[in-house]
Design a protein around this ligand. Structure first.
Ligand SMILES: C[S@@+](CC[C@H](N)C(=O)[O-])C[C@H]1O[C@@H](n2cnc3c(N)ncnc32)[C@H](O)[C@@H]1O
Length: 213
């Protein structure tokens, strides 16, 4: 399938979907203790393609087969990754806001109408990624993507909790691609490529590439 066809499939799936408003409405029906750190933003098909093709990361993915987006929103990165990265066997999304999770399920169903094989690789979980056990065989991701899922006062503590989880539960050699916030323990998660700058809908974003030792 050529690039234009992939982009057309992606654009058809996401036509008319406004993740910002789904997130906003979805969060308003949730308990504020669960939503105070949540933030929404998207990486579209073109931005994802730029990360994969222009950063050098593609050469580092040999043998890594399970991609996981922590805070998967409407599933844009899941669908985009399925289309752009045929080498992943499993593509997992984790999203806390039920309305975003449901929207992502609809997108996967739409993908299934044009390409069932790609859609079958995708699994989305409605839950809190801080509470998952990454060592479970049904998860066991070895490529993590996180697009700044938490922000505000107190969020840094959650990022440190997440890094501790990565330290204990991810296999050595796992790649962690993180937008905006660099991981804080360079001895365990050294950067393996220079940071990359991409232009998202909401502004300029720096992407950091780490690999667990
Ligand atoms: C900036 S958005 C990124 C969406 C998508 N990954 C993308 O790049 O297009 C971050 C997402 O993480 C979700 N999120 C934040 N904390 C979470 C948690 N602890 N567990 C699951 N999802 C979470 C938010 O609801 C939001 O949808």
């Amino acid at each position: 399938m050529n690039f234009e066809k992939k982009k057309e499939i992606f654009d058809n799936i996401y036509q008319g979907i406004n993740g910002y408003s789904i997130s906003h409405k979805g969060r308003s029906t949730m308990d504020t203790k669960d939503t105070k750190f949540l933030i929404y933003g998207e990486v579209s098909f073109t931005e994802l393609l730029a990360i994969v093709e222009n950063s050098g990361i593609k050469d580092k993915l040999d043998g890594l087969t399970t991609f996981c987006d922590l805070g998967s929103g409407t599933g844009m990165c899941l669908i985009g990754t399925a289309l752009i990265c045929p080498y992943f066997n499993r593509i997992i999304g984790v999203e806390l806001v039920p309305a975003l999770y449901e929207s992502s399920l609809k997108s996967v169903q739409l993908l299934a109408q044009t390409n069932k094989k790609l859609a079958n690789k995708i699994k989305v979980i409605n839950g809190n990624f801080l509470k998952l056990n990454f060592t479970k065989p049904s998860l066991s991701p070895n490529v993590i993507f996180m697009h700044y899922p938490m922000h505000g006062m107190g969020a840094e503590e959650l990022y440190l909790q997440l890094e501790e989880k990565f330290r204990k539960e991810l296999k050595s050699g796992s790649i962690i691609i993180s937008a905006i916030r660099k991981l804080s323990i360079p001895e365990v998660f050294p950067e393996i490529l220079p940071p990359m700058h991409i232009q998202c809908k909401y502004g300029n974003v720096t992407i950091f590439f780490h690999q667990k030792v």
